[in-house]
Ligand binder design. Structure first.
Ligand SMILES: O=C(O)c1cccc(C(=O)CC[C@H]2O[C@@H](n3cnc4c(=O)[nH]cnc43)[C@H](O)[C@@H]2O)c1
Length: 213
């Protein structure tokens, strides 16, 4: 990651943008790109293509689900990679990822320079692969299947891989940061701690803002 241009942080929804903006002191650009990989990819691609000065990096930031035992509710996950966990083909006995089918990649590595910068600045963040899904996992079976395929995955979201795809196609370094609102597992709406996760996101925005000072 080089020093040219500003940092762009993209979120799925307004509440995440507002949380980050509250503490960032306008030191980086923030935009809402929508929920899910398709909207996130399309909107991020447009933002990167129309920037008056090329962005030096783009970070997909927002709330996410944590995999039990790896990241707790109220914690932070910093992606080492972003993986489209449901991009591929279902076979009778197993899931075939897109890479295995030979149709492209279902995984982007996060920019190492960005991870090296953010990791120490956010020491509480757990670094590991973050999964992107088009359907929030809500069953024990679905959770087990994902953990079986990605045993080192720390969190799940719905936008990271889409943002990473737009970043890769634009040649812009990519990162992903998730504040954990819930445990990935059987759907338990009452167990979601969105307000707390947004507060953690706001704290991360303060740190990001200081890095951009
Ligand atoms: O199932 C529900 O009733 C429900 C209620 C509120 C929110 C949801 C979501 O699925 C939010 C998806 C949205 O938030 C991110 N996110 C947060 N936790 C997770 C997760 O465990 N798995 C995937 N995405 C999650 C995601 O990035 C979206 O922007 C459901």
């Amino acid at each position: 990651m080089d020093g040219r241009g500003r940092l762009l942080v993209v979120t799925a929804v307004d509440a995440e943008r507002d949380a980050l903006a509250a503490e960032a002191e306008e030191r980086f650009d923030i935009a809402v790109v929508g929920v899910g990989p398709a909207s996130a990819a399309a909107a991020t691609a447009r933002l990167l293509a129309t920037a008056s000065t090329p962005y030096r990096a783009v970070i997909s930031a927002g709330i996410g689900g944590g995999f039990a035992g790896l990241v707790e509710v109220g914690g932070l996950a910093l992606a080492s990679s972003s993986i489209a966990a449901d991009l591929g083909a279902e076979a009778p006995d197993r899931f075939l990822p897109l890479d295995e089918l030979g149709f492209g990649t279902a995984r982007y590595e996060a920019d190492a320079g960005l991870v090296d910068l953010l990791g120490p600045a956010l020491p509480e963040a757990v670094v590991g692969p973050v999964l992107t899904v088009s359907t929030t996992t809500g069953s024990a079976a679905g959770t087990a299947a994902l953990r079986g395929r990605h045993p080192d995955a720390v969190a799940e979201g719905m936008e990271g891989f889409g943002v990473a795809t737009a970043a890769a196609q634009a040649g812009v370094p990519f990162g992903e940061l998730r504040s954990i609102s819930n445990v990935v597992g059987p759907r338990d709406r009452a167990g979601w701690r969105i307000r707390e996760a947004l507060a953690v996101l706001a704290d991360a925005g303060r740190v990001l803002g200081k890095l951009e000072a």
